[in-house]
Design a protein around this ligand. Structure first.
Ligand SMILES: [Zn+2]
Length: 211
């Protein structure tokens, strides 16, 4: 595990100084931990930092945490504690929304692992743009002709493509987690995930057009 991957759960509660088992709330005094507003989404929800996700676990953690940090739960506390409850609640909501969606989760994890954002690297897999331009034309023609059956067929094709890209991204993250042997291999994998994710964005946009 590198420093970059290490999760940042503070050792003890700032108020009662008992050891913390959870990054957000102290088991003993139930006070909120100020550090929780700034940790990454995986740490915040107590999930392993990986692409594969147990969706039931995610939803369960989200509901438990939502209750624990809800501003109403901390309404009788100091103004600072109430503000903190608001901040952490917002972070928990953002974390859930991001991690629930495979594409958003992949993009978030990629940047957490040091990969480039879509603004920094707009490249796509080789041959992908040609395929997309062809499909775009087909979508355009089907819409112009008002051909609903053809549009449905194109949506099916795009959906299969979307799923395939996400499966490939999952495989690349697994390779990365199994330990890229050197920095160059690691960077190659991060770059390839970026390209596949950029392709996912194209496919999603085209799916919307075909909708
Ligand atoms: Zn405490």
């Amino acid at each position: 595990m590198t420093d970059r991957d290490r999760q940042t759960i503070p050792a003890k509660c700032q108020r009662c100084e008992k050891p913390l088992s959870d990054v957000t709330v102290c088991d003993y005094c139930h006070s909120l931990n100020p550090a929780a507003a700034g940790v990454d989404y995986f740490t915040l929800l107590g999930l392993p930092r990986q692409f594969e996700l147990d969706e039931d676990l995610l939803t369960g953690r989200f509901h438990t945490l939502s209750r624990a940090v809800h501003p109403d739960t901390h309404g009788a506390e100091s103004a600072d504690a109430q503000l903190l409850a608001l901040q952490i609640s917002a972070a928990v909501n953002d974390a859930y929304r991001t991690l629930k969606s495979p594409a958003l989760r992949a993009a978030y994890l990629l940047e957490l692992l040091g990969g480039k954002s879509s603004a920094e690297d707009k490249s796509v897999p080789e041959g992908f743009l040609a395929t997309m331009m062809m499909m775009q034309e087909e979508v355009h023609d089907a819409k112009t002709a008002g051909n609903a059956a053809e549009l449905a067929r194109l949506r099916d094709v795009l959906t299969v493509q979307h799923e395939g890209l996400l499966r490939r991204i999952g495989g690349l993250f697994r390779e990365l987690a199994e330990g890229a042997s050197c920095e160059a291999v690691r960077n190659d994998l991060l770059g390839e995930i970026r390209r596949q994710l950029n392709a996912v964005s194209y496919v999603r946009k085209l799916l919307e057009q075909a909708g």
